[in-house]
Ligand binder design. Sequence first.
Ligand code: MG
Length: 229
Amino acid sequence: MVWLFDYDLTLYGEEERFVLDSLDRRIALFVQKTVGGDFENATRIRKEYLVRFGTTLSGLMAMNGTDPDDFFDFIHEPEHLIYPKEAPEKLALLLGLKGPRFVFTNGRHDWSEAGMAHMGIDSAIDGVFDLKMLGWEGKPHDSAYVKMERWLERVLPEKGWAMPANPSEIVLLEDSLRNLEPAHARGWTTILVNPNVEAPAWVDFHIPHLMNLPDILPEVTSRAGCAHR
Ligand SMILES: [Mg+2]
């Protein structure tokens, strides 16, 4: 079994939404810096890009010729950001999961890596597959999931693991339903981690918080098709 974790609002939960809010403020400032005008105008454009392009960055790249690394260099300046609190309970939970564990994120790797270091869980994560490695076209584009599988095919043997024979052995935990849909279509096992939305019938598992994962672990293991040794 291969465990894939989204980072924002999945490895840290709704109770630490202020972490994401601190990043959103920087994104709004970057938009303001790029498009000019006041903060309100920038906020409006940011929301418009989100709806029209899926992410603010995609909108900036398409409409303003933004270099994605410039964008992330600006929004990830640590002095302006808040990180999740130390979480030894999450470290224990993650270390208890058999099989490799990766982060699959629409952010750049430095954001999730810094956050995981603050939580003290970085030692439990075997790698981060980030937006840059996805060629800046992230979830929920099909290409992102294809690239993730190809990356696993390459990385797992390097680390001494076998590529799962069945796609159901790839388990994705995500707070975003939209990002789970293509994973479901590829036959991965989907776990919605979100206390605020109803799960449609196609979602395999639904938990409010990462810390609820042990409650469903036996069923996840049996759905994924391998014994949890
Ligand atoms: Mg998320």
